[in-house]
Design a protein around this ligand. Structure first.
Ligand SMILES: CC(C)(COP(=O)(O)OP(=O)(O)OC[C@H]1O[C@@H](n2cnc3c(N)ncnc32)[C@H](O)[C@@H]1OP(=O)(O)O)[C@@H](O)C(=O)NCCC(=O)NCCS
Length: 184
């Protein structure tokens, strides 16, 4: 049976696998490490209570991961994760740092930000929408005003997905588009 549920410790490897395998692209070990350290590990290690998984028979096959407060995230990310990314190369380090900057501009209305990824076999069955609903309900209960994210400008499927579920397109940058959803 396929359902959405809260993240549990046993999902750690499944979530990291989905993070690296949601698009069908293959990454070498250094790029994989960079992606996990930059876009995944903080959320499941520091805010597991704000993460949900798509569960197929006990196995995580997709996820939505989130921080509820940008400033708290940024402090820990800079202290704990950037030093792990530094040895992966100067360019990657700069990219990781830049990936944490844009959210600052929107934090008054959108203090939370999120990432979502689902394994390809489960795309386009409405599961992404179900993960969004689970996260929105959870953040509303906590009194969080809004959630935002950035998607690659070239990721047209993701852009279409966020618009379909009511996100506002906040701004288009060179490589990223910022989307936001007000929750209360
Ligand atoms: C983006 C993603 C999370 C959406 O989850 P999903 O379960 O496939 O989405 P849903 O079934 O709830 O919604 C489907 C909508 O998403 C968009 N979409 C998703 N995959 C698409 C595809 N391959 N082609 C075109 N549109 C697509 C469309 O708007 C679609 O609506 P439609 O079916 O009415 O045209 C999932 O496709 C995914 O993990 N993609 C790869 C990783 C990724 O891009 N993550 C987001 C990074 S910012």
């Amino acid at each position: 049976m396929i359902s959405v549920r809260k993240y549990e410790k046993k999902d750690f490897d499944g979530v990291r696998f989905a993070c690296l395998n949601s698009t069908g692209e293959e990454y070498d070990p250094i790029v994989s490490e960079f992606i996990l350290r930059t876009y995944c590990d903080y959320y499941i290690e520091h805010e597991p209570e704000n993460c949900f998984v798509l569960d197929d028979d006990g196995k995580a096959v997709g996820y939505i991961i989130c921080t509820e407060n940008y400033d708290d995230y940024k402090e820990i990310f800079d202290k704990e994760y950037l030093p792990l990314i530094k040895p992966l190369g100067e360019e990657r380090y700069k990219w990781a740092l830049e990936s944490t900057i844009l959210q600052n501009k929107y934090k008054a209305d959108y203090p939370a930000h999120m990432h979502i990824d689902i394994l390809p076999a489960y795309h386009r069955h409405g599961f992404g929408g179900k993960l969004l609903t689970a996260l929105f309900d959870h953040l509303r209960e906590k009194g969080i005003k809004g959630v935002m994210l950035t998607a690659g400008t070239e990721n047209l499927n993701a852009g279409s997905f966020y618009k379909k579920y009511g996100f506002e397109q906040l701004e288009i940058y060179d490589t990223d588009v910022a989307f936001g959803m007000k929750l209360i």
